[in-house]
Design a protein around this ligand. Structure first.
Ligand code: SF4
Ligand code: SF4
Length: 180
């Protein structure tokens, strides 16, 4: 399987996850408040795998902005994700965001008794305390991480700082597009 085919697999997994999250939001009534400003992106220690940013990398190459984003990631010193706009509180390439970005807020880890415990922000925990108790979130982070890692064992394992993961994804995709 070549990198493009792996990219399609990753996109299919993302589509399934987005569908599951959308269903959970509708059934539980739990949503991000509109005035949040993407606080979960406003952190300097977000980590990700390379494989989850391969779809972004193809998109950036196809739209001729891969070099610009790569350079920005290279010179970013504050540790924030290179795709996060502090002015708008939004992701510049939301449709192409990674697994970590899709999972946070609406997915769970299993506790000692195997019950799902949602991993979300303080704001959602406070706003939806009762709904969270009544509506366990059965979207399990580890399941999606495992599925993604199976698309490419090397690129899907090992966490890097998000800007490093984005840079590597751009580099690997660039080489693939040049020599395919
Ligand atoms: S998960 Fe929390 S911090 Fe992130 S966008 Fe939603 S409400 Fe905001
Ligand atoms: S890729 Fe987008 S959603 Fe993910 S951390 Fe960066 S700005 Fe936030």
């Amino acid at each position: 399987m070549d990198l493009y085919e792996k990219c399609r697999l990753v996109e299919e997994i993302f589509e399934e996850l987005d569908r599951e999250i959308s269903e959970y939001k509708s059934s539980s009534g739990i949503f991000c408040p509109q005035n949040c400003g993407g606080e979960c992106c406003n952190k300097d220690d977000i980590c990700a795998t390379v494989i989850e940013f391969i779809p972004l990398a193809f998109f950036l190459h196809n739209t001729q902005i891969s070099e610009k984003i790569h350079n920005e990631a290279e010179s970013k010193k504050d540790g924030l994700c290179v795709l996060y706009s502090q002015e708008t509180g939004r992701c510049l390439f939301y449709e192409q965001r990674g697994l970590v970005c899709r999972l946070f807020g609406f997915s769970s880890i299993r506790d000692k008794t195997s019950r799902p415990q949602i991993v979300t922000c303080k704001r959602i925990k406070e706003l939806y305390k009762e709904s969270i108790q009544k509506n366990p979130c059965n979207i399990i982070m580890a399941d999606y991480h495992r599925r993604l890692s199976l698309t490419d064992l090397r690129l899907g394992s090992g966490l890097l700082h998000i800007n490093e993961a984005i840079k590597k994804a751009i580099e690997i995709t660039g080489i693939f597009l040049k020599y395919r």
